[in-house]
Design a protein around this ligand. Structure first.
Ligand code: AQP
Length: 330
């Protein structure tokens, strides 16, 4: 019997997990796994919405699995698995496609942003439809909470809409999930442009700190991070770059932004960035080292993912059968 509330979240294995993904998602996942029955998924089918080299994708899946363990997810406590290994995700995705509306998907800002890059006409249908598959990912496990970064709020709203619509059309079936978005780290911005979110598809690697960057690369990126005019280390709407850097510092040290501002009163950007670089290196180095160690044993990683998929399948199958019955497919 299910006693704990459930949490579901996923990350695309599309390379170079970064500080934004860590502060916006991974770090929170580690905190919630104690309290909730947690499902953490490598959403490889989502990664395919843009072109992928099969060899690179294969390697990225393992790298992501290693990162999951290295940041502190415990396969004994959390169910860690790969989306493509639980076929019910795509099956429920199709059923939800039948109640999702073109108007709703057309409003998704992430599709607008991503499709703009290569032109909307040549974007894949899957890129357009991916929020519905994401809803299936979540509803399949009847997750109560979904820890994500701010950029996923709109997609989460669609998951909620589809759960409610299905329940009202066919009878109470799905839990309506709630987003779990923390204040600190929910939206980490690019180091070279604080108006854009830190993103792995950034055209300039200087914009993000990868969890696997070597310490000196990280130091250099922080040293070169854009700053605002003036010299005071304060967070304010007029200082988007400093606000972002202070947010990173606070997210990694669990100090308050105002406490850090006090600490740097009378000091300049240079001192602050130097210390921030060390804070980032200290936080990420153990993750990097552990990830590299784990990657030495790919079989072990594959085993963890397969064991997780087996457990996930049990829950997913039961939800799908229930959904079939509701829709008259039994
Ligand atoms: N900059 C960010 N700040 C806070 N949270 C973030 N997340 C991503 N970027 C930030 C959160 O990380 C989780 C996993 O995201 P993902 O890797 O599956 O996909 P994404 O959001 O598309 O990541 P990127 O880096 O932005 O990839 P591209 O460049 O391919 O679009 C999510 O919970 C997300 O909120």
């Amino acid at each position: 019997m299910q006693t704990k509330q459930r949490v579901f979240s996923g990350i695309q294995p599309s390379g170079a997990s970064h500080l934004g993904t860590y502060l916006g998602a991974l770090k929170n996942w580690v905190a919630v796994q104690e309290e909730y029955e947690s499902y953490f998924c490598i959403v490889d089918l989502h990664a395919l919405t843009v072109p992928q080299d099969p060899k690179v994708l294969r390697a990225n899946v393992r790298e992501m699995a290693a990162i999951f363990i290295a940041v502190g997810l415990d396969p004994e406590r959390s169910i860690i698995f790969r989306q493509s290994r639980v076929a019910e995700h795509t099956e429920l995705g199709w059923l939800l496609n039948c109640i999702a509306r073109v108007g709703e998907l057309s409003r998704m800002t992430q599709f607008k942003d991503k499709s703009q890059k290569g032109g909307a006409e040549s974007a894949s249908v899957a890129l357009y439809d991916y929020p519905v598959l994401q809803a299936a990912d979540i509803l399949l496990y009847n997750a109560h909470l979904v820890p994500v970064g701010e950029d996923q709020r709109q997609h989460l709203e669609l998951s909620r809409t589809l759960a409610r619509r299905f329940n009202s059309l066919y009878g109470e079936t799905f839990v309506v999930p709630e987003p779990m978005i923390l204040e600190t780290g929910a939206r980490v911005m690019a180091l070279d442009d604080p108006t854009r979110k830190m993103s792995k598809s950034s055209p300039t690697p200087g914009g993000y700190v990868s969890l696997l960057d070597e310490p000196d690369v990280t130091r250099r990126k922080i040293r070169r991070a854009k700053t605002d005019s003036g010299s005071e280390v304060t967070a304010s709407p007029e200082k988007p770059a400093l606000t972002n850097l202070l947010g990173i510092y606070a997210g990694l040290t669990v100090q308050s932004v105002s406490g850090i501002e006090d600490q740097y009163q009378g000091k300049g950007y240079g001192d602050f960035k130097k210390d921030l670089a060390e804070v980032v290196v200290e936080s990420l180095s153990p993750i990097r080292e552990r990830t590299l160690e784990l990657l030495d044993d790919p079989r072990e990683l594959d085993g963890i993912l397969e064991a997780g998929a087996e457990k996930a399948r049990e829950v997913a199958r039961s939800t799908l059968h229930h959904t079939w019955a509701r829709m008259g497919l039994d």
